[in-house]
Write a protein that binds this ligand. Structure first.
Ligand code: 13P
Ligand code: ZN
Length: 280
């Protein structure tokens, strides 16, 4: 039977009630609270996607495939029959804290990888539409699947301390910003030995920023968007958040040292080498 819109509404209800997804919704609320509390999600800033395909059986995915689709602006061959939880465009993280499911939606990619449909808890005027950074989320999620990565989450936030760094011309290259961030705290090198990718300013919400970000994620778990924010991947939303939190700490240490009027010393090359040698 080909699904119709009325049946899709019933299906939405089933998906939002799925008990396996409850812990995911809880984590969404927790991380949204951290982002809001730290001032990293002003107004509607920040968004996330979680690949939840693994929670659904082939039969359930067949069912999803039988509904009408909207065309995507490009084809994602690596995302055929995948289902993502996405934060809604325009939603405030402080509202997500109060009721996660009201501010998220699911996006299902068709059997051809070139169309999608949106599954939202509410319909009509209050239906949730996916984040304006959908192109970047889909591109990174496709890359993670192609790499057979265990990472399923992509998180974007406006980390004030990291945005501030990208406003300072000495730190607007990958080498310079990594050298600074690693030098401020040993944990940064310990947990992010590949450092961050650096993307010079590109208009948000575009295919161009999606393509540049994917290149950044070839070697890194975090990518900085100059004068805008950053994107992180993780096995869970919590892990993606940790990757950003560690970097924010390093940047904060730098600015706190500078506020004394003095230059921070930074870890020496031999101290950094010792950490790297200890990683193996
Ligand atoms: P959305 O509300 O569309 O997710 O946009 C927030 C954002 O940070 C865009 O870069
Ligand atoms: Zn943003």
């Amino acid at each position: 039977m080909i699904g119709n819109i009325d049946n899709l509404l019933n299906l939405a209800n089933d998906i939002f009630q799925k008990k396996e997804l409850k812990p995911v919704f809880t984590q969404v609320g927790t991380i949204a609270r951290y982002l809001w509390d730290r001032g990293w999600a002003e107004r509607n800033a920040g968004n996330f996607s979680i690949n939840v395909t693994g929670f659904f059986s082939d039969r359930e995915l067949d069912h999803l495939s039988s509904y009408p689709f909207f065309p995507l602006s490009k084809q994602y061959p690596g995302l055929v029959r995948t289902l993502f939880l996405l934060s809604g465009t325009g939603t405030r993280m402080r509202d997500v804290v109060e009721n996660p499911t009201e501010h998220i939606c699911f996006v299902y990619i068709s059997d051809s990888g070139s169309a999608y449909h949106i599954i939202s808890e509410n319909q009509g005027n209050t239906a949730v539409k996916p984040s304006s950074e959908l192109a970047t989320h889909l591109a990174i999620q496709q890359q993670l699947l192609q790499k057979k990565s265990t990472e399923k989450v992509v998180l974007h936030a406006h980390i004030t301390e990291l945005i501030a760094l990208t406003q300072l011309s000495p730190f607007t290259t990958e080498a310079a910003v990594n050298s600074l961030l690693w030098g401020m705290h040993p944990e940064t090198l310990l947990f992010l030995p590949d450092g961050v990718g650096y993307i010079p300013y590109i208009l948000p919400g575009t295919e161009n920023i999606a393509m540049a970000t994917v290149r950044g994620f070839e070697k890194h778990k975090v990518v900085l968007w100059e004068k805008h924010g950053c994107m992180a991947v993780g096995k869970s939303l919590s892990e993606a958040f940790d990757n950003l939190d560690i970097l924010a700490k390093s940047a904060r240490i730098y600015f706190q040292c500078k506020s004394t009027g003095m230059e921070p010393e930074g870890l020496s090359n031999s101290q950094l080498k010792e950490i790297r040698d200890n990683l193996a």
